[in-house]
Design a protein around this ligand. Structure first.
Ligand code: PHE
Length: 459
């Protein structure tokens, strides 16, 4: 069923609902899989020494990410509201709705830098098609990237094109906009990455990259890298700010939230690891610095494509798919803000989308400029790094912590069980484990990693 009319007591509200099981998984996996897996994961793993960081990341995905994801889906579907509305409805007259504001703030910040990085792939599609990478050495390709992000106008224009496309899809609404694209394009991205992995691991000198990825050196784990791994787990799974909560509010009553959680988490993790396998063997084979930072993927992959027949073609296809993966994530970010504007501020969907996208774009422009012509620095970080740090490493884990406490301690266990079991229809074998995780392990683990990561406690 496309639409369900629900009586909210005050008014009849029409709310979009995902029309099929595969559509929900595609949309939620579409939100999770994005630049976080292909751009951010390799570069933070590279900055933090590789394998040991990756192990920690996987540990956080299972122990913290999956229980929080299930909680977000359940809260969203239970309240059928935007992230702010969920807390207002489930805990009226309390301060919990502030978690909603934090989520909306995080969506703003993430989308600001996300749009910039997604815009880079637009430039790279054009460059691939025009043959700009042909016969260029790794050093020249490195230089091209730095030169491009430092120039002011082009990155800003691409970012605006990307934001406009995001807004365009969000105006169309959940079902027509989000579901349709995600269902077809996500599998295609997967195939493309697998091809890249094959090319990369068969390069001469690839072995060192595999060692970097899979042979942990635990002396490289520090409190800051633990916080980075936690932030990356939240960022990659789209958790801690209500994106999956908002999608949860569009999930039908009969769908199995536990199995959706499992599928989305597995898909997201597999793509991140594959991205690592596509990048690091090439990084070492071509003598690129693994701790290169945010440019890592854009500096490495064009070099790999040079080593393939029809490289420019494959390169254009890859960056197009990356762009689409970024789109299916950015729409979930914008949807958090738009759902709030529509439901709480009673704006039309169209106006809400235009206003949100315009405001976020202003921050995005500053973000992009902070990499080059305009120096905006705070706490020793430029505006881009600052937004990335505050959102992924502070707001998302904090949001996740509060969501876990809310589900574990504020809502009654019976209510949450009722939601996850579809009103006792599903038999839940894992419920006991879930409750222990969400009540104790998740809050304690996040608190410890968080406080040590920002230097407030010392082990
Ligand atoms: N998970 C997305 C990615 O990996 C980014 C994202 C973060 C989307 C938070 C929504 C919410 O690219």
């Amino acid at each position: 069923m496309a639409f369900k009319a629900r009586n909210t007591g005050f008014r009849i509200q029409r709310r979009d609902v995902f029309s099929s099981r595969i559509g929900i998984v595609a949309a939620a996996a579409g939100s999770a899989v994005g630049l976080g897996n292909i751009w951010k994961f390799p570069y933070v793993a590279g900055n933090n020494g590789g394998a040991a960081f990756i192990l920690m990341y996987l540990f956080f995905i299972v122990l913290i990410g999956m229980p929080v994801m299930l909680s977000e889906f359940a809260l969203g579907r239970k309240a059928r509201r935007n992230v702010h509305g969920v807390f207002k409805r489930l805990a009226p007259r309390s301060l919990w709705h502030i978690v909603g504001y934090m989520g909306i703030g995080a969506a703003f910040m993430i989308l600001a830098f996300y749009g910039v990085v997604a815009g880079w792939s637009l430039e790279y599609i054009v460059n691939s098609l025009s043959g700009a990478f042909i016969d260029k050495s790794p050093e020249q390709i490195d230089f091209m990237f730095d030169d491009f992000v430092r120039s002011s106008l082009r990155p800003v224009i691409w970012q605006l094109v990307f934001m406009a496309s995001t807004a365009f899809i969000v105006v169309a609404g959940v079902k027509k906009g989000i579901e349709k694209y995600a269902k077809i394009l996500m599998p295609l991205l997967f195939v493309m990455i697998v091809i890249l992995v094959f090319r990369s691991i068969t390069l001469p000198g690839a072995q060192q990259g595999l060692t970097f990825l899979f042979q942990p050196d635990f002396s490289k784990i520090t409190t800051t890298s633990a916080l980075e791994a936690l932030g990356q787990a939240f960022f990659s799974l789209s958790l801690g700010m209500g994106a999956l909560m908002t999608y949860g509010s569009y999930i039908g009553q009969e769908d199995n939230l536990g199995s959706i959680t499992l599928q989305v988490s597995v898909a997201d993790t597999v793509i991140a690891i594959l991205a690592g396998l596509a990048i690091f063997p090439a990084v070492f084979a071509f003598g690129i610095n693994p701790a290169e930072g945010p440019g890592l993927v854009y500096k490495t992959l064009p070099v790999v494509f040079q080593q393939m027949p029809a490289g420019s073609f494959f390169s254009a296809v890859f960056f197009s798919l990356l762009l689409i993966a970024a789109l299916t994530s950015s729409i979930s970010l914008l949807e958090v803000v738009v759902a709030y504007f529509v439901e709480e501020l009673k704006m039309t969907r169209r106006n809400a989308t235009i206003m949100a996208a315009a405001l976020i774009s202003i921050f995005g422009i500053l973000c992009s400029l902070s990499l080059g012509s305009v120096s905006i620095e705070l706490f020793g970080r430029n505006f881009f790094d600052l937004l990335e740090f505050i959102s992924s490493n502070l707001l998302l884990p904090l949001g996740g912590l509060l969501i876990a406490v809310f589900v574990g301690w504020i809502l009654k266990g019976k209510r949450i069980k009722k939601e996850i079991s579809n009103n006792q229809i599903l038999h839940l074998r894992f419920f006991g484990v879930f409750m222990v995780l969400i009540k104790f392990i998740v809050p304690i683990a996040i608190t410890l990693v968080f406080l040590s990561g920002i230097g407030l406690i010392n082990f």
